[in-house]
Write a protein that binds this ligand. Sequence first.
Ligand SMILES: [Zn+2]
Length: 128
Amino acid sequence: MTVSEKVAYLKGMMEGLDFQADTKEAKLIKLMADILEDIALELTECQDDIDDINEYMEAMDEDLTNVEEELFGEFDDEEDGCCCCDECEDEDCYEVDCPHCGETVCFEEAPEAESFPCPACEKDIPLN
Ligand SMILES: [Zn+2]
C-alpha cells in the first residue's frame, strides 16, 4: 500500500466511523489527516520527478557510452601493445623488472642513464 492509499484508507475510515468533527480532538485529528494527505500528494510528485530524472540519466548514460565508443573505440588496449603498460603499443619496447618490488617497467627505447627510480617503489633500478 502506498502512502497515498493509506491516507485515503484513513480518511475513508474516519467517514465510516461517523466521525464527529465538532470536538476539539476531532478537529485536531481531521487537520492531521488533511496534512497527511498533502504530504502524500507531495511525496507522489517527488517520486514522479525522481522517475523523470532517472529516465533522463539513463538516456544521458546511453549517449555518453556512444560518445565513448566513438572516441575510444578504435584504441583497444588488449589488441596491440607488447606488455602490460598502456603507453607502449609498438613491439620493440624495452622492459625492465624492478629487482626490489618486481614491477615491470617499460620504455619505448632503452634509457641512457645507468639507473632510474622505479615508479612503484621509488628505489633505483640499475640498467647495466
Ligand atoms: Zn620497484
